[in-house]
Design a protein around this ligand. Structure first.
Ligand code: HEC
Length: 131
């Protein structure tokens, strides 16, 4: 039984730390995203409307996907961070500001997490341009 426990914990440990993830903090990012962003941007950043380019009944634009299928990946980490901090109010948008809601670590983790949602070719382009 003891051996089994040891084997099992070894397995668990390797599954947590074993894969050589290129992205730091992706898990913190995922949790933070699900708590703060998923209601508007979708659980996996896929968005929650069919056409994010179409105004809604109230005249506002819906939250765009952040999974690589819209524009988020065109913006530098600095710009993305500024969107998270300040929201969309300055541009007449609807996104709330998270400046005081989240720690710097959580915000960085969110950037890593969104990056992790993008297709590999987009990640490669982004890294070449911004990292
Ligand atoms: C209440 C809904 C709502 C929540 C919650 C929300 N967003 Fe947004 N987000 C939007 C909307 C709407 C836009 C489009 C700009 C605007 O209208 O403010 C947007 C824009 C963005 C953009 C720019 C996308 C692009 O293509 O340029 C990013 C990045 C983003 N949000 C990330 C996040 C993250 C990360 C969180 C969680 C910390 C979050 N958002 C929470 C509604 C939301």
């Amino acid at each position: 039984m003891k051996i089994l426990t040891i084997l099992l914990s070894a397995l668990l440990l390797t599954s947590c730390f074993g894969d050589d993830a290129p992205i730091s903090n992706a898990q913190l990012g995922q949790v933070t995203f699900e708590k703060n962003c998923a209601t508007c941007h979708g659980k996996d950043g896929e968005g929650i409307v069919k056409d994010w380019k179409k105004r809604q009944a109230d005249g506002n634009y819906p939250a765009p996907p952040v999974n690589g299928s819209a524009h988020a990946w065109h913006h530098s980490p600095k710009t993305l961070l500024s969107t998270i901090n300040n929201g969309g109010a300055k541009l007449g948008g609807q996104m709330p500001a998270f400046k005081d809601q989240l720690s710097e670590e959580e915000k960085q983790a969110l950037l890593d997490y969104m990056y992790s949602l993008w297709p590999k070719d987009i990640q490669a382009k982004y890294s070449a341009q911004f990292k």
